[in-house]
Structures are given as C-alpha cells and as structure tokens.
Design a protein around this ligand. Structure first.
Ligand code: 9GP
Length: 826
C-alpha cells in the first residue's frame, strides 16, 4: 500500500519524473521555466543578467539533487566526518566551476546557444562571493573543492557576511574602499534553512545551581541572537558527491522580541533586531593583526556556537556518546570552539570535566597560517569575561590544569611557564588563542615545510619540546579544477590532448607526464599559442581598465596579492624604476636588446595600513610617468589592476609569463598564488620563502629565478642595516625622494622604510640579487624555446601543489577519515 515507506518513495519519484535530465532540450526548458517562474520575467523578453539568474537556478537544482543524495548516503553509512571551521572563504564565482564539476558545461553551452545566449557572456554576469581577505580564505575554498572531489564526508562552516571584502576603487592613484554588498542582486546558490536556527548567547552572568546533589554552572545570558543557516552546495568533480558549506547569519531571537513587545517597547525591539543582524554584517578587512574588537569576538563566538550546536545535534541523531567527531580549526579564529565544546559537554551534557576534556582533546586539529606572533590572536580578558563569562571560567580552568601538569613536567621554570600559559599577563591581560588551540589539539600544523620548521624552532618552540608528536606539516595546495580547468580552458584541452586523458583533473600527479614532451617542438608551439591567446584576453582587459595598450610580444610580469611590506611590492616598483632609468640612459642603438616588459601589479591594502596605501599610490605615480613616455614606448609599461579578486585572478594568471613571489625570507607562511601561476606554466621569480622551497625541490632551481637572502641570513642582515644599501637602490630611492614621480612629501615616509636606517624588509640588501634574477629572466625570455620548455616543466611539476594532495594528507594523517562515495558513475 501507499502507506509503506518504499511505496511512498516510489510514488514521489514517479511524480517528479525521476531526476533532472541533462539533454539540450531539457536544459532549455529548465532555463526558460526559471526565467518565467523564478526570475519572473517573460520568456519572450529577458536580458543577459536575467538569463544568468535562470541558468544559475537551473544548475542549482542539479546541485541540490546531488547534495540530497550525498547527505542521505552519509547519514546511512554514518562515517567519521570532518567539520572544517574557517572564518573566511573566498569562493569567487560559482557558475563555471559548478557546471564543470557536474560534467555538464558543454551541454549547457549548447542549450544556451540554442536560446541565443553565450555561456561565457552569462558567466561574466556573476559577482564574486568575497567572504575573506586573502590566502587563508582562498585556501579554504580550494580545500572545500578537494574534500568534495575526493568524496570525504565533510562539512564546511563559516559566516555569511553581508558585506564581503571591500571593493577597491582607485581615484587619482589612491585606494578608496567601497562596501561590497554582494547580496544586492540575490545569491542564487544558497538555500536559507529557516528551520535550522540556533540561539547564541552573549553577556550575562554565570550562576551555580544544584543538580541532583551536584554543583553545576548555569549561564544566564544578557542577549540572545538567533543564527540561521544558509547552505551552499560544493560539488565534487567526477563524483556525484556534493558537500555543504553552511554559513551562519544573525537574526533576532523570537524570544527577545516577544518580551520587548509585551512591555510595549516596540522601538527597542526593532533596534535589537538591527543589532542581531549586525553580527554577521561585515568582514574585517585587515589580515595583519587582530585588535581585540568586541564585534569581531562576537562574530567568532556566533559562528563557533552555531556550528557546534549543529554538529552536536547531527551527532546525537546517530550516536549515544561523544567519542568521535573531528574538527579542523583553520587558524586561531575558531579557537573559541574548544571552550564552547567544553561548556556544552560539562554544563549541558553533564559529562564531568575530565571526560569532557578527554573528548575535546580527541576532536580538534589546528592549522596555523601566520609566521609572526603578531599574526596570532589575543583576546583581552576583560572583553572575553564580559561577552562570554562562562567561557572565561572554562579557559581559566583549562589553563590551571595545564600549568599544573606543566610544572610536573618542566619544573618551576617561570619564564617558560609564563611563555606557555594560555593567559598572558601584561598591561592588557589577554587570552592567547593559539596557545589554547595547541594545548587542546591532537595535531598542530604549519602550511609549508619551512613554516612548519619555524613553528617548531621559534614561534612554538616550548610546545614542540613538550609535545613533539603533535607537530605536523601540511603544505598548502590549490585546486586544478578552478585554476586550470575553469580559468584556462585552452591549456586544459592542450594538457588532456598530450596526456591522452582527462584523468589528471582528478589525479593531478599525472601532470608529470608532460615532462617527457617538454622539448617537443610541436607541444612547444601549441603551448606558446595558448599563452598568446591568454595574453590577448588579459591585454584587452588591461586596456579596458586602464586605457593602456600593451604589446603581446612583451613579457607579462605579474605580482598580484594583498599589499604588504613583507610581500615587497615596493621592491618590484623600485626595480621597475631602475629598469626605466636604465632604458632612459641607454644609447638608442642598445635599446633593441632590451626585452620589452609589461609589469602588472594588483592587490588590496587594508584600509588602515598607510604604508601599503602609499605603495599603491607610488605604483600609479610611476606608471603615469612611464606609460606616457613615448621615448620608452613598448619597452616598458606598468599597470595596476584595480579590485583584484578571484575572478580577476582567473583572467590574470593564465596570461602571465613571469610572476613574482618576493617576500622577505621567513615571512610568508606558504603562499598559494605561486602555485596557481605554476600550474598555468608561468615562470616564477622568487625568494626562498614559504612553499617556494618545495617548488624548487619539485621543478629544479634551473626552472625558476631565485634571489635574495635565505631565512637564516635575515637576522644578521637586519643587524647590519643600511650600510648594505647598494648604489642602484639608493639612486632609485633618491628619484622618488626628489619628486621625479611627484608627491614628494607624501612618499617620504615610504622611502624612510628603506633608507631610513632600518630597512626591516631588506629591500636594500636584496636589491642587487633581485636585479640579477630579473636579468636572468630577460635572458631566458629572449629564447622562446628555452622559455617554453621551462614553462612546460613548471606546469608538469605543479601536481604536488594541488589541494587534493593536501586534503588527502590531512584526511589520512590528521583527521582519520575515509572517502564515502555515493555509488553512481556521476
Ligand atoms: O600569509 C599566509 C599565506 O602565506 C598562506 O599561504 C595562507 C594560507 O595558508 O595563509 C596566509 N595567512 C593569512 O591569510 C592570515 O593569517
């Protein structure tokens, strides 16, 4: 009868005519149906944006089907899962990535062309989801793609900021920030789960109560905000598995509103509503240091508390104890999860402190993305105590137990004890969130070999000596699906043709197969053509953005990343001034030997980071001078690409010949931009910092241009200071100081950072070797076959830097989880 579950299921299945079909007619019907009923436009009259919206909804339908299958399958199999907690995700656009991972891009392109639209044109209508600042956030997005593709039973959790990373607008060469209200035109990919909501408490007091003769703590909050879930499907490639990125948004608690209405305090209720929504409204745009702001702490707890409640709810559906669920803390931002898990297990589940602590210590693994202590968060005790009084008690208790244990292990070495304590005494007594995370996590990892060694030797030396077995290395990686397949379709087709398979898209180690053909003239010819096409795309974009026409014969030399002193965009600009100066002072007859360059710089400066903003202005001032100098012409151009984001990167990276990763050695934890350029056959000019050291291991020092001080040389060079300033560097700085590029007074403090006696980032002492590396790059570029061979070998060696490798490594060695693949051929 229809009463039985299977009969019901069968009827439902029949009523919906099975699953959605992917033939051209079905896709066209589907798109038109969404034009008519979702976008509510007439099917006879809709524009590109409306067509994009309908298309996105049609793709989303297919994602939802797969997501349901995946979740039901996970539920049935009940594997050990991983919960990925990250405060930031830089997802970029979703359309192309989704249809490629679903394996129906060509079908959609065909369906659209029958309707009179072009897939690429519609894809351009989509805005970026920029819910993060830089490397860490984009890494999270890449890792979600890999977790889905490798069939891991994973969930991502984060915050649904209403304002993503600010839009960078350049006026007269100065950066201005404009809000990115990315949800203005709706977000077709997400599903609001109105019933998946959790109360999140703030402020108030903790009272002791007696429960069956046992004392227990009860937190009476002063404010309650509701967290509502928004689910974003993340499809795997070559699998039906589609996992979920669940982002939380704030909404007013019903309870709170009711009370307010009852007392007639209508205005207050509305203000409360506004306050609740504010929690998730804006992303902090500074990726340098954390300033202990209350709203930021609220955001962190809001995200952590809702995620933990959700995880525990799901866990309890299938288990009667809490022995197994792993969580990954991506940086210190989610470290409050530790105190929250303890609070739930002790105060709500009444497990007892020791049992709860045992469980907590099995749950967490912690990834550090910073190199210097200032990059690690500290929360003032007063702030934490007022916002989260019970959590402060818990952290004190964890610290007390830890320090007592530590005394037994190391004796009364008070210096070491105070360095390792979770509580930092000082002018502002604070909680060291990284120490809290290390104490509780079963594994702690850096994001490149060099970085992981630095953590052990410097930043967390004391902890490493105590728990050497906790420390691991997980070198970062990026997804080849986004960074080759989506962004460089011509290269993707070329690689598949020469390898005779598309299997490298899931099994990236196969890229090494290209090595065998690196010297093959036919491949080289085709490789050069692909680069040319991508350079043309980029040149058109540059002209549209800046009005500067660039020559395709020039070397496209790119440095795009957040603007930071340690990333040394200033060194790049000083090098460009030097190049300009040389060309100007050269005999005209010599100029034919100059390798023409188009120097491309892009990136955002944190709004309060004055020196970084001056670097942007200097770049524009120098560009103005050079680009208008007809005497120099195509030999040198400098362009700044405004508002660098994921979708701009998808255009810039495939078109680059050379890219610069020139941080002062010992300052970049890993760097992932270099990996994307490498995959696209772009040669690197780099210092031996972060993951570059491993890139050298993989492709050989002959295939990139290395320069500069090594990590171990940096401290000594810093001591020596300015006497090392070479003449060439002093000369270009003098040009800036003398007002050669205008804005003389404005650039003074910027010049001081180099020749003012400190030169902390060692621009002076690295300058000569930087110029040598640049000269070596010129020389190699002048020989197109040699250059192309190096380019092929770069891409061929990039497999190790896929996030698939990183995620597999985490899954096997840290999280202890296994793939759980929906049984279908996708
Ligand atoms: O600065 C690091 C960068 O080197 C690394 O590649 C990235 C991903 O691990 O994280 C960056 N850190 C942040 O974005 C914030 O600490």
């Amino acid at each position: 009868s229809l009463g039985s579950d299977s009969a019901k299921a069968e009827r439902m299945f029949r009523l919906m005519d099975g699953f959605l079909k992917n033939d051209s007619i079905s896709l066209q019907q589907d798109i038109l149906r969404h034009v008519e009923y979702t976008v509510a436009r007439s099917r006879f009259n809709f524009d590109d944006f409306e067509a994009y919206q309908a298309l996105a909804h049609s793709v989303r339908d297919r994602l939802i089907e797969r997501s349901h299958d995946t979740q039901l399958y996970f539920k049935r199999k009940d594997p050990k899962r991983v919960y990925f907690l990250s405060f930031e995700y830089l997802m970029g656009r979703s359309l192309s990535n989704s249809v490629i991972n679903l394996g129906i891009r060509d079908q959609y392109a065909d369906a659209l062309s029958q309707l009179g639209f072009e897939f690429e044109v519609l894809a351009e209508q989509e805005g970026d989801a920029a819910l993060g600042n830089g490397g860490l956030a984009r890494l999270s997005a890449c890792q979600m793609d890999s977790m889905a593709t490798l069939d891991y039973p994973a969930w991502g959790y984060g915050l649904r900021y209403e304002y993503g990373l600010f839009r960078q607008v350049i006026l007269d060469g100065f950066q201005h920030e404009q809000p990115d209200f990315w949800l203005n035109f709706g977000n077709p990919w997400e599903t609001e789960r109105v019933h998946v909501t959790y109360p999140v408490k703030f402020y108030g007091v903790v009272e002791e109560e007696n429960l069956n003769g046992e004392k227990c703590n009860v937190w009476i909050p002063g404010e309650v905000v509701e967290a509502v879930a928004y689910d974003n499907p993340i499809p795997g490639y070559g699998t039906r598995n589609t996992i979920t990125l669940r982002l939380w948004a704030g909404k007013p608690s019903d309870q709170h509103d009711m009370e307010a209405y009852n007392t007639g305090d209508y205005i207050n209720a509305v203000v409360c509503r506004q306050k609740a929504e504010n929690i998730s409204s804006v992303l902090y745009p500074d990726d340098r240091s954390f300033q202990g702001k209350e709203l930021r702490l609220k955001q962190q707890y809001f995200f952590v508390s809702a995620s933990i409640q959700d995880i525990i709810r799901r866990f309890k559906e299938a288990h009667s104890n809490f022995d197994e669920f792993p969580e990954k803390l991506n940086d210190t931002h989610p470290s409050l999860a530790i105190a929250e898990v303890m609070r739930v297990l002790v105060d709500k589940e009444h497990l007892g402190w020791n049992k709860a602590w045992d469980i907590a210590c099995k749950i967490f693994s912690f990834t550090i993305h910073a190199v210097i202590a200032e990059g690690l968060e500290k929360i003032p005790v007063d702030l934490l105590g007022s916002l989260l009084p019970r959590h402060l008690q818990i952290i004190y208790e964890i610290n007390f137990t830890f320090v007592e244990e530590l005394k037994k292990r190391i004796g009364l070495d008070y210096n070491r004890l105070s360095r390792m304590s979770i509580i930092e005494e000082g002018a502002v007594k604070s909680i060291r969130m990284a120490n809290l995370a290390i104490v509780c996590s079963h594994t702690v990892n850096g994001v490149s070999k060099v970085h992981s060694e630095l953590l052990k030797a410097k930043l967390f030396k004391d902890f490493y000596e105590l728990w050497p077995q906790k420390f691991q290395c997980k070198t970062n990686g990026v997804t080849q699906r986004r960074w080759i397949v989506v962004s460089n379709p011509s290269l993707c087709a070329l690689i598949s043709k020469w390898l005779g398979t598309e299997a490298w898209i899931r099994d990236v180690d196969l890229l090494t197969g290209l090595r065998a053909y690196a010297a093959d003239p036919d491949l080289q010819q085709e490789w050069m053509m692909v680069k040319k096409v991508n350079k043309m795309r980029l040149a058109e974009y540059i002209e549209a953005m800046s009005g500067v026409k660039v020559s395709l014969d020039a070397m496209f030399d790119v440095q795009t990343k957040r603007i930071h002193e340690y990333k040394r965009q200033l060194l790049n600009i000083l090098g460009i001034i030097h190049r300009y100066d040389c060309i100007k002072n050269m005999e005209k007859s010599q100029r034919s030997k100059v390798v023409p360059r188009v120097c491309i710089i892009g990136g955002k400066a944190a709004p309060g980071y004055e020196i970084a903003k001056k670097i942007i202005k200097l770049c524009h001032a120098v560009a103005e001078k050079i680009n208008n100098d007809t005497d120099v012409g195509d030999l040198l151009k400098l362009v700044f690409i405004p508002d660098y984001n994921v979708s701009v990167a998808e255009l810039v990276i495939p078109g680059a010949d050379l890219s610069q990763h020139i941080s002062t050695a010992g300052h970049e934890a890993s760097g992932t931009g270099s990996m994307k350029f490498l995959m696209n056959g772009c040669l690197l000019l780099a210092t031996e910092d972060g993951s570059t050291v491993e890139i050298v291991e993989e492709i050989g020092a002959d295939n990139l241009f290395l320069f500069g001080a090594k990590i171990h040389e940096v401290p000594k060079l810093r001591e020596e200071g300015s006497p090392k300033m070479p003449l060439q560097c002093a000369r270009v700085i003098r040009m800036v100081r003398d007002g050669y590029f205008g804005f003389k007074d404005y650039f003074e403090s910027l010049c001081d950072t180099v020749d003012g006696g400190k030169d902390f980032y060692l621009l002076g002492s690295d300058f000569e070797s930087y110029l040598e590396a640049q000269a070596a790059a010129d020389k190699a570029f002048a020989d197109p076959n040699k250059w192309t061979q190096m380019s092929i070998l770069s891409a061929a060696g990039s497999g190790r830097f896929s996030s698939d490798r990183t995620i597999r490594d985490y899954a096997e060695k840290t999280w202890g989880i296994e793939p759980c693949r929906f049984p279908s051929d996708g």
